[in-house]
Design a protein around this ligand. Structure first.
Ligand SMILES: [Zn+2]
Ligand SMILES: [Zn+2]
Length: 168
C-alpha cells in the first residue's frame, strides 16, 4: 500500500502538478482507497487531516488529476461520478443495484482495441470493459427474497402428499 502511495505521488509529480498540501492529501487518500470513491467520500476522509478542506477544492483537484490521467472517472449517465486511482490495467464490474464498482484484471480484455467505426467518433485512447450485473451481496439478497414470491403452486400439493405418506 505504501508502495502504491509512493508510485502515486511520483506520478503526480511527473505530471508537473504543484504539490499543494490538499493535492498531496487527496492523492494519498485515493491511493489508499479501493472502492472507487465519489468526491464527497474523498472530501470526508481527507478532512480528518485537513479540516478546512472544501468540497469545491476536492472537485477541482479530482478534475485536474483526471485531466492529467492520474485518475479516471468511472460510470456515467445517472450514476454518481466515482473516481478510480487503481493504476494497474483493469476492468470493472458495476452492480446495477447498489452501484458498487469492483476491479478485475483480464488479459483477454486488455488485448481489445477500439473498432474501426470509433474513428468517426473520435480518437480512442484506451478500451475498458464494463460488466454490469448484481454484486455477490445484492445477488444473495435477491435469492433470499425470491423463494417466497416464486414458490410454484404445485409445491404445496407435493408437501401435502409427502406429509400424508409419512403419517400414513
Ligand atoms: Zn450490489
Ligand atoms: Zn477500478
Amino acid at each position: 500500500m505504501a508502495e502504491r502511495a509512493a508510485v502515486y505521488s511520483e506520478r503526480c509529480r511527473g505530471h508537473g502538478l504543484r504539490a499543494t498540501p490538499q493535492r498531496v492529501e487527496i492523492c494519498r487518500e485515493l491511493a489508499r482507497m479501493h472502492e472507487h470513491p465519489d468526491a464527497e467520500t474523498v472530501c470526508r476522509r481527507v478532512r480528518r487531516r485537513l479540516p478546512g478542506l472544501s468540497l469545491d477544492t476536492v472537485y477541482r483537484t479530482l478534475k485536474t488529476l483526471e485531466a492529467e490521467g492520474v485518475i479516471r472517472r468511472v460510470g456515467s449517465g445517472g450514476d454518481r461520478v466515482r473516481f478510480d486511482a487503481n493504476l494497474e490495467r483493469h476492468h470493472h464490474f458495476i452492480c446495477s443495484r447498489c452501484g458498487a464498482v469492483h476491479d478485475f484484471p483480464c488479459k483477454a480484455f486488455d488485448r481489445l482495441t477500439a473498432p474501426r467505426n470509433v474513428k468517426a467518433i473520435g480518437v480512442a485512447h484506451t478500451v475498458n470493459v464494463e460488466v454490469r450485473g448484481l454484486c455477490a451481496a445484492c445477488a444473495a439478497a435477491e435469492r433470499q427474497r425470491a423463494p417466497a414470491s416464486r414458490r410454484p403452486r404445485s409445491a404445496a400439493g407435493k408437501t401435502r402428499n409427502r406429509r400424508d405418506l409419512t403419517t400414513g
